[in-house]
Design a protein around this ligand. Structure first.
Ligand SMILES: [Ca+2]
Length: 249
């Protein structure tokens, strides 16, 4: 179809005997070249609101929230930031974009930095729960988070991961815990979600309940259920990041 259009255009320009095919051809050629250049192996290779399909960046099938005014899938991806804390080690925030700030670094500045609760990858290094823990993230493949909680009174305790990222599925488990010996006990409760269609914000949570004893110690394990390439742990799309907040009551 494109060849036919060009043939007609060339014919018309030839007939009127003015203008130049050379003035139009480069723009089309450049667009084709740019689209070819933006090849990808994962979504991380693509800019916001774009996805990698058959090795090329194309507009995403689903966009959380209102669409932006323009979507340019031929543009290279960037990780936007407001401070250096938004970027991984080896990268700083320059002009709102995570950029390598160590000359010898080969850091991939598109990746998600660990959250403030790391190192919490095992029950032995679990972070202690005192108040709702905000802005947890899964920052790489296989990342899990462990949280240690002390229960002063016997009750039915609710454990909830909320403000879960749009596309994210995760599992929440509650275990009895022998704190003196640092050994895991029985699994008391487990659940996974989102609880309903994640299009609705109220569905973006996973909630479980379990019976806990007075002056007891328990641990909560939160697991990312996605099995994505490393790069997809940051799709660079606001609202689509692998994150959650956690509360117990
Ligand atoms: Ca972790």
């Amino acid at each position: 179809m494109k060849r036919i259009r060009w043939s007609v255009a060339a014919l018309l320009l030839g007939l009127v005997g003015c203008g130049s095919i050379e003035e139009e051809a480069p723009a089309d050629a450049l667009r084709t070249q740019a689209a070819t250049l933006r090849s990808c192996s994962s979504d991380l290779n693509c800019s916001s609101y774009c996805q990698c399909r058959s090795g090329a960046c194309v507009p995403a099938d689903v966009i959380p929230g209102p669409p932006p005014p323009t979507i340019d899938c031929d543009a290279p991806p960037l990780r936007t930031c407001s401070t250096g804390a938004d970027c991984i080690t080896g990268c700083g925030c320059q002009s709102g974009v995570c950029t390598r700030n160590v000359p010898s670094s080969n850091a991939n500045c598109l990746l998600v930095p660990p959250d403030a609760f790391e190192n919490d990858d095992t029950h032995l290094t679990a972070s202690a729960y005192g108040a709702p823990q905000l802005k947890h993230t899964f920052h790489r493949v296989g990342d899990v988070d462990w949280i240690l909680v002390y229960t002063p009174v016997a009750q039915v305790m609710t454990v909830q991961a909320y403000n879960v990222g749009f596309y994210q599925g995760l599992r929440v488990e509650l275990y009895a815990y022998d704190y003196n010996n640092r050994t895991l006990g029985a699994r008391l409760a487990s659940g996974q979600g989102p609880s309903c269609d994640p299009f609705y914000p109220q569905c973006r949570n996973v909630t479980i309940t379990g019976n806990v004893a007075a002056q007891g110690a328990y641990v909560v394990k939160v697991t990312d259920l996605r099995t994505l390439p490393q790069g997809d742990y940051d799709t660079l799309t606001p609202g689509n990041e692998p994150r959650y907040d956690l509360r117990m009551y």
